[in-house]
Design a protein around this ligand. Structure first.
Ligand SMILES: [Zn+2]
Length: 278
């Protein structure tokens, strides 16, 4: 199917529901940011001396990043035993924020608590803030419990380089298998207009990686690996950044999101089985 993309990565193709049963819907919404007028925050005390923020303080000064911790509130995301994806995602996003701020970036988060935030609200926040990039943090799941590894998803061609850079940095940093970089109509990257990537930091359905994902050590290393990828991305001279939109373009995006959410709600409407009484 042909997809035409404008310079801001606006999609003109008809919308559809992502194929990932666990989290084709990935979103958020409380906002916090660093104050760009303040000096860069120190590296987190838990970071090793070799951390990217220790070796490159201030390297991201002038860069604005919107981080999205996937799911939240009643949207648990993948969940196995007592482990819920939404908590893992938020923990990693918070640790990532600290590192990016230590490198001088201005960082916003779509949620900072266990809040239930719609996918469109997360994208609208991106349109409002006009960050240089948008990064959504998720943990994956598959009915085949032996599957593990790292994936990144993007939609606009402007986001491909960021997705590719994050795959290699996260898989390398976590010493996990790099599965794929894939163009996918996941809501928060599909409707976004700035370079946007959804990164899956490991499988909660895999017993080995589930045990790792809940540890502070793995979460710190995941945050470090994403921070390294973001640093590497902005080290390129021609890294795509941000996007300015006209009011008409914004109205078009919001209309497309409304339609997509309505379609999604229809798709996910609970099916109640009729109970026959004999
Ligand atoms: Zn998810």
């Amino acid at each position: 199917m042909g997809l035409s993309l404008s310079s801001c990565g606006l999609a003109q193709a008809p919308d559809s529901i992502g194929r990932h049963g666990v989290s084709s819907d990935r979103t958020s919404s409380d906002r916090t940011s660093s104050d760009s007028t303040q000096a860069a925050a120190p590296c987190p005390s838990t970071a090793l001396d070799s951390s990217i923020c220790a070796s490159h303080p201030g390297a991201l000064k002038g860069i604005t990043i919107l981080l999205d911790a996937g799911h939240g509130g009643e949207q648990l995301g993948a969940h196995f035993d007592s482990v819920q994806e939404k908590h893992v995602n938020l923990a990693v996003a918070g640790k990532l924020k600290t590192r990016l701020e230590a490198m001088g970036a201005t960082v916003y988060m779509t949620r900072v608590r266990d809040d239930d935030i719609s996918l469109s609200a997360r994208v609208k926040e991106s349109i409002r803030l006009k960050p240089d990039i948008f990064v959504s943090v998720h943990s994956n799941a598959n009915f085949k419990h032996n599957i593990d590894g790292i994936e990144t998803y993007y939609y606009s061609s402007r986001s491909r380089e960021l997705a590719s850079t994050l795959l290699s940095s996260v898989a390398g940093g976590l010493k996990e298998k790099a599965n794929w970089v894939e163009q996918e109509r996941l809501f928060v990257v599909h409707h976004n207009v700035v370079p946007s990537v959804l990164v899956e930091i490991g499988y909660l359905s895999n017993l080995r990686t589930r045990a790792l994902l809940i540890t502070d050590d793995y979460q710190e290393r995941a945050a470090e690996a994403i921070a390294v990828g973001i640093f590497n991305y902005f080290s390129r001279d021609n890294a795509a950044r941000g996007c300015n939109l006209s009011r008409a373009q914004i109205a078009g995006i919001e209309s497309a999101m409304k339609k997509a959410e309505a379609q999604r709600n229809r798709h996910f409407r609970p099916q109640h089985k009729k109970i026959r009484r004999h």
